[in-house]
Each structure stands twice: as C-alpha cells, then as structure tokens.
Design a protein around this ligand. Structure first.
Ligand SMILES: [Zn+2]
Ligand SMILES: [Zn+2]
Length: 217
C-alpha cells in the first residue's frame, strides 16, 4: 500500500506529504513548504525520498524545496506553467512574510497525463489550471487516492484572485478532470483536512451540484 503522512508547515499552514510505498520504501515528497527536517521525520524507517513534487509554484508549497533537494538528492518536479511564480519566489517571500528563499532548480516539468511510479504504485499527473496556471494534481488510480494541492479543498476551492488565477479554469479543471475520477476517491489537499470526491461533487459550495451560493457570500 501507499502510506500517506502529512505535516502542516509554514505561516499559511500548508500540508506537506510524504507518500511511501510500503513494499520498496520509495517515497514521494509533495509540497515541501518548509520545516524539512520535520517532514523528513515522517518517513517510515528505511524509506528514501526519490521524487519531490510541488503541486504549484506558490511559496507555501515551494519554500523548502531547495533544502529538500539537498537533503534527499531527489529531483524536483514543477509544471512549466508556474515558472513565473518560481522566478518571483524571492518577492513572494518578502510579500508573504517568509524567510528569504532561493528559487530551487526544477529537474522535471510534468505534462498532463504523464504516468509516474512511487515504488510499486503507478500515479498520473493531472494538469488542473485555475488556482495558478501550472497547478497539478496527482492521482493513484488503484489506491483511489488523489493529491489536489490548492485546486480543491474539503468544502472549498483554491483562491483565483492571485496573478494567473482564473475561476472558470478552476471550475473546469475540477468538473472535467477531478470529479470524473470517481465519488470514492479520497483526496489530500494543500490545506486543511482530507476529503472525498463524492462529497465535493454533491455539496461543495463553489463547484458542487448545489447552487454556487458560497461564491457570493
Ligand atoms: Zn497556492
Ligand atoms: Zn497554498
């Protein structure tokens, strides 16, 4: 199975995840937003990080990426659409009250539909623009497991008022790429508690079947 553990890190309380294959000990680190020693402390005994993925380029998901790369030697993946956010990382740090940050080197730019492995398990990249142009989600079909970054939260969605944000794109990403994955899929978002796709499809106030009243509150 895939063992999922998370730490809440940084001023914006972002979820960083370590996702470990219990058969091989290979692990993926998702959204190294800071406090890297604490995140790496979540690794099961004998596990090693072989892949680091940022779901998007906002500082609360990227601030610890350089440190995580140095500590693990693992390559970093970030979608090309968020290149601009990465370049703006030092300015983001200033604006949002983070310690000074050096933009990490990106080793791999994942494409929509790209297949990858964490040990014995196969995952798929979903490009889900809207919260930012290069936002991605990570789906493990057999495990019915999804990592949504700041695209979809339990009972909410990511903000779209930052540069490059687009509510219509976000709405389409969730409706066309996330909801069709299945009501039984459990998701781990970039902030807040885990959720279930079916619950969001029915009652999420921004993108669910109920009227989108939440948007205007
Ligand atoms: Zn974000
Ligand atoms: Zn965030």
């Amino acid at each position: 199975m895939l063992v999922v553990r998370n730490a809440v890190v940084g001023p914006f309380a972002a979820n960083a995840y370590v996702v470990t294959c219990d058969r091989t000990g290979e692990a993926m680190l998702v959204d190294p937003g800071g406090e890297i020693p604490r995140i790496l402390g979540l690794l099961p005994p004998g596990a090693r990080v072989t892949r680091i993925v940022c779901t998007h380029g906002h500082i609360d998901h990227v601030a610890g990426a350089t440190e995580a790369k140095d500590a693990t030697g693992a390559p970093l993946s970030l979608h090309a659409g968020d290149e601009g956010w990465l370049e703006a990382l030092p300015r983001q740090a200033e604006m949002f009250g983070f310690d000074p940050v050096v933009a990490p080197g990106v080793d791999h730019r994942p494409a929509d539909g790209e297949v990858f492995r964490v040990g014995a398990f196969e995952g798929r990249v979903l490009h889900t623009p809207g919260h930012s142009p290069g936002s991605i989600c990570l789906f493990f079909p057999e495990q019915r497991l999804l990592f949504t970054g700041d695209t979809l939260f339990a009972g909410s969605v990511g903000r779209t008022d930052l540069p490059g944000g687009d509510f219509d794109a976000l709405h389409a990403s969730i409706q066309e790429k996330l909801f069709p994955l299945g009501d039984d899929v459990r998701f781990h978002p970039g902030h807040g508690p885990a959720g279930v796709i079916g619950e969001e499809r029915r009652s999420n106030p921004f993108v669910g079947e109920k009227p989108r009243r939440g948007r205007f509150l």
